[in-house]
Design a protein around this ligand. Structure first.
Ligand code: PLP
Length: 383
């Protein structure tokens, strides 16, 4: 066996022993929130397609038409030949939704964070990151070469303490957080974070992957904090918008710099026209149907009330069970009941906090939400 294969095999064996190996499971996503897996049909509580827009007829038609008219791929970096005019249209619409001067579209949300943070900070600078921020925020911070220090989750006092101690010794400081935390569903205190950043001349980046389309009539978590100043508003087209791609909304100067310097814009292929067209169609629906955008959170709140959990702040509700094996067993039981709720284990979440991560969507029937609640109540009773 080669040393490479030996390394891979050993690593896999270690993961398996800790119940931490992950397996791909081919899954066909159907209409009305259903998925087909292993020959079984399940109602999904694990998709990020909060509004069901990935299957909306108008969104699908827009993607199909763009692919037929303009091709399946972008054909190059945006700075060479990959900047289809639909990308500019999409940026105008995203900036309008977020109330910023401009926007820059990326190939994915991951690429947006990986490219944006290193555009604004580097060696000699400082990045302060909420301890529970998404993996790609950390990736962007690491790639920047700036010193990267976590602050305790949603702990504005800890952030302030770090800034007071460290600000004078560095040139530039970027503070990064999720707007809605992807594994916990709670919101960042964006108003308080913004005030601390202003006091210390630090730049706030908020990752709103799970807020856009589902909070504040679709405008996202920042719109819940009208006093917050968030110069770097990142998000994804791949969740509530039902398409694929990422974006950063900000001032004209910020966006202009991203478009000429962000390495994931310069050295990566542009977003396919079909993805941009689908996102544009999704924005039409989000902006014209505020009642639809409110459904995922309403269902999450009905669930938390029925189970006796604190009221949901977003469409994501964690049910923490502790050990990886307990989360896996609970997920298997729900699957036997026709409900898909994937277990989330370390390293995605801290050791000892393995959980069911439940994502509510506009398409889930209320009766099924109630049935899920009664099973989860029972799982918690036995735990
Ligand atoms: C999903 C997610 C991303 C990555 O977005 P993609 O478009 O899927 O690459 C970034 N941040 C958060 C918080 C996410 O949940």
């Amino acid at each position: 066996m080669s040393s490479l294969d030996a390394f891979a095999s050993d690593k896999l064996a270690t993961l398996e022993a800790g119940h931490l190996r992950r397996w791909l499971q081919p899954t066909r996503r159907l209409e009305r929130g259903l998925v087909e897996r292993g020959g079984k049909r399940l109602l999904s509580f694990s998709c990020n397609d909060y509004l069901g827009l990935s299957h909306h007829p108008a969104v699908r038609a827009a993607a199909a038409e763009a692919a037929l008219n303009y091709g399946a791929g972008a054909g190059g970096s945006r700075l060479v030949t990959g900047d289809h005019p639909l990308l500019g249209d999409l940026e105008t619409r995203l900036a309008r939704l977020k109330g910023t001067e401009a926007a820059c579209v990326f190939g994915s949300g991951y690429l947006a964070n990986a490219g944006t943070i290193p555009t604004f900070v580097g060696p000699g600078d400082l990045v302060l990151v909420d301890a529970l921020a998404h993996a790609c925020v950390w990736a962007g911070a690491k790639l920047s070469g700036a010193e990267t220090i976590p602050f305790r989750h949603n702990d504005v006092g800890h952030l302030e303490e770090l800034l007071t101690g460290l600000r004078a010794g560095v040139r530039r400081v970027l503070v990064a957080t999720d707007g809605v935390f992807s594994m916990d569903g709670d919101l960042a205190p964006l108003d308080a974070l913004s005030a601390v950043c202003a006091a210390h001349d630090a730049w706030l980046l908020s990752d709103d992957a799970h807020g856009v389309g589902v909070l504040a009539e679709g405008r996202g978590s920042a719109a819940l904090f009208p006093d917050a100043v968030i110069p770097l508003q990142m998000g994804t087209l791949s969740k509530a918008l039902g398409s694929f791609g990422g974006y950063v909304c900000g001032s004209q100067a910020v966006v202009d710099l991203l478009k000429t310097r962000a390495r994931t814009v310069v050295y990566a292929t542009g977003l396919p026209p079909a993805s941009a067209a689908a996102a544009l169609a999704a924005l039409d629906i989000i902006e014209s149907q505020p009642a639809l955008t409110a459904l995922p959170l309403a269902k999450a709140r009905a669930f938390t009330e029925a189970v006796g959990l604190p009221p949901a702040q977003s469409p994501i509700v964690p049910v923490i069970l502790g050990e990886a094996q307990a989360a896996l067993k609970a997920s298997e039981r729900l699957q036997a009941e026709g409900l898909l709720v994937v277990a989330i284990r370390p390293p995605t979440v801290p050791v000892g906090t393995a959980r069911l991560r439940i994502a509510f969507s506009a398409e889930q029937p209320d009766a099924e939400v109630a049935r899920l609640a009664s099973i989860v109540r029972d799982i918690r009773k036995r735990a």
